[in-house]
Design a protein around this ligand. Sequence first.
Ligand SMILES: [Cu+2]
Length: 383
Amino acid sequence: MKRSMLGKTLTALSGIMISGAVWADYQLNMREPQSALAKDVYDLHTMINLVCLGIFIVVFGAMFYSIWKHRKAAGHQAEHFHENTTVEIIWTIIPFFILVGMAYPATKSVLAMKDTSNPDMTIKVTGYQWKWEYDYLKDGVKFFSTLSTPRDQIENKAAKGEHYLLEVDEPLVVPVGKKVRVLLTAGDVIHSWWIPELAVKQDAIPGFIRDAWFKSETTGTFRGQCVELCGKDHAFMPIVVKVVTQEEYDAWLASKKGGAEMAAADNTKTFTQEELMAKGAEVYEKNCAACHQANGAGVPGAFPAITGSPTATGPIDAHISTVVNGRPGTAMAAFGGQLSEADIAAVVTYQRNGLGNSVGDMAQPAQVTEIKGGAVAAAPAAN
Ligand SMILES: [Cu+2]
């Protein structure tokens, strides 16, 4: 195959410079392409690299040959002439054709990337600090995808796993061989959605909708990252796409819808303190710990502590309202649209009775529903 042969040539060339054991697990090239477009991109990269290598050899070869052949020590006498139209025409025409030869296939690939017409399905992707939201527009499924690498690995308390910082709790699941159109936007700052193996990379800009597409030809799990510097945890919002067969996709969709119904049922339940604390710890770890820290101590000067905070130890309604509505003008996001009523009740209860606090009360989903309806103002901005 053309691609793998060219790829191997390049890898072999670079291998000359890297020896033995290091070389064994070293790979110098782009990721193995998984879609027709990704293969085009891969081949373009290889082709243009080889053109550059060819130009390098010809130009430096001619230069070194001339210097060596015409050196003074060999008794060479300098020619005395100015301008040579033939040479000037040749060194204009040749690069012109080389450039056209590279621009033509590159433009073709770029145009193909921008052609989002006739998709089989459309998913709206929204970037937030620091997670992605996937909304399957026709199928009515919507969820957040957040980093699942344990904090212990990040803080060097545990050995790093195989997919360190490239793993999420809920991957984007799509069927194989289907043209998936993604509509991209952001809820706060500019993010960028990138899956190298599928040759899709597009900025997600607040207030704008951009689109891109991909069509994986193989099943498998492909990983990417946010590639637009978006704040403190920019490196902590990976993208994982799971490409499955149509049957597996249908089964996943059905279970996802079932899960949404169960979550909706939770929103009208009354929980015990223990249930809320257990659920709250999970919600806190996923949504709050990045800023307020796993132990609730916060980051002085940047993110307030939960431990001993006036909000988490003050009136419970104001506390719930702060979580639901956020605090405009600060990094505290409104979680009312992201978390269910049950999740908010649980995390509020956890913040009041865990992390070094012991207020002793608890929140129930019904209370959160009421506050979401706009009954109570947020706690004062002091903390
Ligand atoms: Cu980002």
